[in-house]
Write a protein that binds this ligand. Sequence first.
Ligand code: FE
Length: 286
Amino acid sequence: MNKRTRQLAAVINGQNTSDGAGVKLKRIVSQQQKNALDPFILLDEFGSGEPTDYIGGFPDHPHRGFETVTYMLAGAMRHRDHLGNEGHLRAGDVQWMTAAHGIIHSEMPEQENGLLHGFQLWINLPAKEKMKPPHYQEFAAEKIPHVALTDGSYIKVIAGEYVTEAQKISGPVTGITTRPLYFDVRLSPQQQLDIPIDEQHTVLVYVYQGGLAIGASDKVLKAGQLGQLINGDNIQLATQDQPAQFLVLAALPLKEPVVQSGPFVMNSSEEIEQAFRDYRDGALTL
Ligand code: FE
């Protein structure tokens, strides 16, 4: 069968903002996209060598109705939650937290200086899983398959499968209904990479270093830009005279109503009000 290469449909520029206790970050996917990127709810990049930009961290706060994925490129973060999980995330580590019915946790830098750099992604859960018990998973960097390509290029397979004619490499994250694909890729200059993609998936590419040409177009995504790629079962990515580092994110859209308020993502405003009541009454974490 002939491959159909996805086309660039939209480019989103990350916006500088802050969250938690004054953590500076670039918000790439947010409520402004009005669920056009279903099932992706939020994507933040935090990256600074200036301690005042991150030292406040994210003290205790709740989540309900979705999953949070934290991926570290540099530095160290400590996670603690009401279930008693304690996680120490370092460069290359991934935390995959299914908040579902409810979790209260803190995410704090475990360093007083130096570079802290990473991503947080929120992926929605289907209605029937929003009130299930929460689930916490953590993967050390060495558990994440690292596929070497030519000339120092590579793909880290965090979730989903990277399939070529010669091999199939599966990430450690499995059993998620939206069948997410999460790759961290580095491409050397003058390289081209084709990645097979499920035709039904929402597909996003976020460039965090360098520049990346998308599909057959001559449109180049720059660092800090996210592209949405539509229609097809393949994505075609190419570098020009500089290397690129980027995330490839894909997942099955849920096609359900989405109502978000702060840390809660549900299907109706009644469910959001319930989440606030439950949090106030201590029932979020039962
Ligand atoms: Fe959180």
